[in-house]
Each structure stands twice: as structure tokens, then as C-alpha cells.
Design a protein around this ligand. Structure first.
Ligand code: NAP
Length: 253
């Protein structure tokens, strides 16, 4: 890559929350950003934020768990923005329930979006990274990977993403590609707002209660996570690979 060529980043689940903050942050770092989400129209706000600040962005509708859609999305991004060499696997869903009440379809949905989605996206993008002899993959894990009541599906998927990350790091390292995992604690987004609603609490009270359990005494913001992702995706992080960084306002047990 010449020094003037712009690196192209793909961020999944980037219509809102952590993904949107990450897309905006990576654009501010000088990347052209493909903003992927289920509904292309829902990506408009993120794309407009980037272009209003002078950046380049492309909205792409894609279900990350669908093999054909993933390949078509990456082909389109390569044609319209340039070959992608940065990938942030962020798209996620919750289907929380205690084990005895969890349906097989709720298990499958969570596995498909988080694990199958990260696998399909990484496989589709790696060709461009290997060709460029440069790549950065970041997979969104979670503090729930350590085990969390009511999240047997999500905890397993998020722990699985850590194994996926370490294996990608080992397989792709010789091509200049690093893979790391960022594992957030409690971050204020629509996802945690939905959890508050499910347990019958107002979101402000839910956040205040969570903050009392966090050493820094506040919940996280999407920008807290985007900052960590910006580090791992940067050119300067080429010797940092196969790591899991918990970004949770304190250590986790
Ligand atoms: P969010 O606000 O719910 O945003 C997730 C985005 O992913 C949504 O825009 C959603 O689209 C999209 N998405 C869902 N399924 C998809 C699919 N099959 N293909 C493409 N896009 C899809 O979530 P968030 O809180 O920002 O979380 C982002 C990531 O961080 C997730 O992987 C989550 O598990 C992880 N995380 C979050 C927290 C937290 O406290 N918030 C903590 C630890 C880890 P729709 O709106 O159309 O469904």
C-alpha cells in the first residue's frame, strides 16, 4: 500500500451502539468505512456522520449469518470503497433465558449471528488481507464469556469468539494480519436498554445499579469500546495479536 492509499475498514452491526461509534472513530483515524447492518437504510445516520466530517463511508445491508449475503457484501465493498483490510465483527443479538426455558432457536440465533457471522466475515475478508500482506481483525467478545446467568447461548458464543480470535491470529499472522478480541463490560446501548426493560427496570436505575458494581463507578459508553478497537486496528499494533482485552471499568473475576 502506498502511504497515500486509504485503508478500508468493515464494521458489522454499525447502524447503532458500539458499531456506530467504532465506524465513526475509524473514519476519524482516516479509514474509509463500510457500515454493515441488517437493514441498509438503518446505516444512513452513521454514514452521514462520517461524510459530514469529511470521511468516506458506504452503507451495506447484510445479514452476517448468511453466507451468500456476506460474500456479496464484501465483493461490493471491494468494488466501491476498495479492498477491505480492517474488520470489526461487532454485530450481535441477545436471546436471554434460563437454560430450562431457552429454545433451540434462541440458541441457534445467537450462535449464528455472533459465531457463524464472525467466521463468514473473516473468511470473506481474509483474501484481501492476505493479498495486501496487512490486516486487522477485532472480534467483539463480552464479560459474559466468563459465564453469566440467563445467557448460556451468549456466554458460549462470546467465549467461542475468543477461541476464533486466537486461531485467526495463529493462522494469519504470517500474512501480516493480527486478530484480537475486545470484551466489553456494561456499555449503555440499545442492547442494555432492552435488558433493563426485560427485567422491569428503568434504564437510568439499571445503569446506576450496574455502576455501583464497577470499580470506576460508571457504566461504559460506546466510545470507550471504539477507543480500544482503534488501538487494535492501528498500524502501530502489528505485534499485538491473539489477545483478549476486557474493557469493563475494572478487572473481572
Ligand atoms: P446493539 O445496540 O443492539 O447493536 C447491534 C447491532 O447489530 C444492531 O444494529 C443490529 O441490527 C445489528 N445486527 C444484529 N444482527 C445482525 C445480523 N445478523 N447481521 C448484521 N447486523 C446485525 O448492540 P451493542 O450494545 O452496540 O453491542 C455491539 C456488540 O458488542 C455486540 O456483539 C454485543 O454482543 C457486544 N457487547 C455489548 C455489550 C453492552 O453492554 N452493550 C457488552 C458486551 C459485549 P438490528 O437493530 O437490525 O437488530
Amino acid at each position: 500500500m502506498s502511504t497515500t492509499e486509504q485503508r478500508v475498514a468493515v464494521v458489522t452491526g454499525a447502524a447503532r451502539g458500539i458499531g456506530a461509534a467504532t465506524a465513526v472513530r475509524l473514519a476519524a483515524e482516516g479509514r474509509a468505512v463500510a457500515v454493515i447492518d441488517l437493514d441498509e437504510a438503518a446505516c444512513k445516520d452513521t454514514v452521514e456522520q462520517i461524510t459530514a466530517a469529511g470521511g468516506r463511508a458506504l452503507a451495506v445491508g447484510c445479514d452476517v449469518s448468511d453466507e451468500a449475503q456476506v460474500q456479496a457484501a464484501i465483493d461490493r465493498i471491494a468494488a466501491e470503497l476498495g479492498a477491505p483490510t480492517i474488520l470489526v465483527n461487532n454485530a450481535g443479538v441477545l436471546r436471554d433465558n434460563l437454560l430450562f426455558k431457552m429454545s433451540a432457536s434462541d440458541w441457534d440465533t445467537v450462535m449464528n449471528v455472533h459465531l457463524r457471522g464472525a467466521f463468514l466475515m473473516s473468511r470473506a475478508v481474509q483474501k484481501h488481507m492476505v493479498d495486501a500482506k496487512f490486516g486487522r481483525i477485532v472480534n467483539l467478545s463480552s464479560s459474559s464469556a466468563l459465564g453469566n446467568r440467563g445467557q448460556v447461548n451468549y456466554a458460549a458464543a462470546k467465549a467461542g469468539l475468543q477461541g476464533l480470535t486466537k486461531t485467526l491470529a495463529k493462522e494469519l499472522g504470517k500474512f501480516g494480519v493480527t486478530a484480537n478480541s475486545v470484551a466489553p463490560g456494561f456499555i449503555a446501548t440499545d442492547m442494555t436498554a432492552a435488558t433493563a426493560e426485560r427485567v422491569g427496570m428503568g434504564f437510568d436505575d439499571f445503569q446506576a445499579a450496574a455502576a455501583t458494581q464497577i470499580p470506576v463507578q460508571r457504566v461504559g459508553t460506546p466510545d470507550d469500546i471504539a477507543n480500544a478497537i482503534a488501538f487494535f486496528t492501528g498500524d502501530a499494533a502489528g505485534f499485538v495479536s491473539g489477545q483478549v482485552l476486557y474493557v469493563a471499568g475494572g478487572p473481572l473475576n
